[in-house]
Design a protein around this ligand. Structure first.
Ligand SMILES: Nc1nc2c(ncn2[C@@H]2O[C@H](COP(=O)(O)OP(=O)(O)OP(=O)(O)O)[C@@H](O)[C@H]2O)c(=O)[nH]1
Ligand SMILES: [Mg+2]
Length: 299
């Protein structure tokens, strides 16, 4: 008689305040750069799913926007409206939470997230990231004790995600917690994100990298065309939309130097991801606030 193989599967939510390294971790866990990363707060605007299947284990990771309660909501727009972990755990299907914090840096936002973790229904792993930036390592232990006095974490791991090729120790712990369950996705499935979404996010990441503080907060990116061509590879046309002519000038830069850098870096990332040649054209367009809000489902 044919015996059915025992399989394990579960949902893992990655949470924490902005800029602690959640998306960096997410990309390492799924061994693909799907979520954009920058040193600016509020980089991630949308929750995205990444699936990792190895043998009998399937882990469904979710990267989330950073939770912001107290920090000045400088760049906050209607797209980043996750204000509590209950917004994230709403479906009650979570197997495990990874709570990411930044070294010994502790802010009101971190405390607000931790306060909400008191009555969650699943185990929580505390990941103390960026320990490379903690110059006095003696300060780590009291900080870990301070956090563990507040919540009974399943395990506490000090890590440096950026320099770690693959967080094996963490993955082994996750695997040991996964319940027996059927896999939710086929073994090759990686993400719920469309190709257009991934491509527009790559362009948005480069905008954040090359414009930093100069970036007009209302700049949005969408993809007009993303087509795979047998003879060439991908042909992609993207649009960056802004509200004012002066914002367009900032993004284009002197003699087009900024937009050129953005396009080149974005194309390189796309070629790495798709493993084939990409022809990318990016246009900066001035549109009314109403157009932008409508195009991005904000009204
Ligand atoms: N020094 C150091 N920097 C790191 C480490 N991990 C991530 N970073 C950096 O931290 C910054 C923020 O990383 P993200 O992954 O975008 O952070 P996030 O928590 O997803 O931020 P939001 O999307 O805004 O919520 C980036 O500049 C990363 O390169 C680490 O282990 N050490
Ligand atoms: Mg992020």
């Amino acid at each position: 008689m044919h015996e059915e193989k025992i399989t394990y599967c579960g949902y893992v939510e990655i949470i924490g305040r902005s800029n602690v390294g959640k998306s960096t971790l997410f990309n390492k866990l799924i061994c693909k750069k799907l979520s954009i990363v920058s040193d600016k707060p509020q980089t991630t605007w949308y929750s995205i799913i990444g699936v990792s299947t190895s043998g009998v284990h399937q882990i469904i990771y979710k990267d989330n926007p950073g939770i912001i309660k107290f920090t000045q909501k400088r760049m906050l727009n209607k797209l980043v409206e996750i204000n509590s972990i209950y917004d994230i755990l709403i479906k009650k299907i979570t197997t495990l939470i990874i709570f990411v914090v930044e070294g010994i840096k502790w802010t009101y936002d971190d405390q607000a997230v931790l306060n909400e973790l008191h009555d969650v229904f699943c185990p929580i792993i505390l990941l103390i990231n960026k320990v490379d930036e903690v110059y006095n390592k003696k300060l780590l232990l009291p900080h870990i004790q301070f956090l563990n006095n507040q919540i009974d974490f399943y395990v506490t791991l000090p890590v440096c995600i950026k320099n770690d090729t693959y967080p094996m120790k963490l993955v082994n712990i996750i695997k040991s917690i996964l319940p027996i369950a059927k896999h939710q996705f086929s073994k090759d499935y990686v993400t719920n994100c469309s190709q257009e979404f991934i491509v527009s996010e790559i362009i948005r990441e480069k905008l954040m990298w090359f414009l930093g503080g100069e970036l007009p907060y209302i700049s949005k990116v969408y993809v007009d065309q993303c087509e795979k061509n047998k003879s060439y590879g991908y042909k992609i046309y993207g649009s960056i939309v802004v509200k004012r002519e002066e914002h367009k000038k900032i993004i284009i830069g002197k003699q087009g130097d900024k937009i050129k850098k953005i396009s080149i870096a974005a194309r390189q990332d796309m070629e790495n991801l798709f493993k084939m040649a990409v022809h990318l054209e990016v246009w900066v367009k001035v549109k009314s606030e109403k157009f932008i809000a409508k195009r991005f489902g904000m009204i």
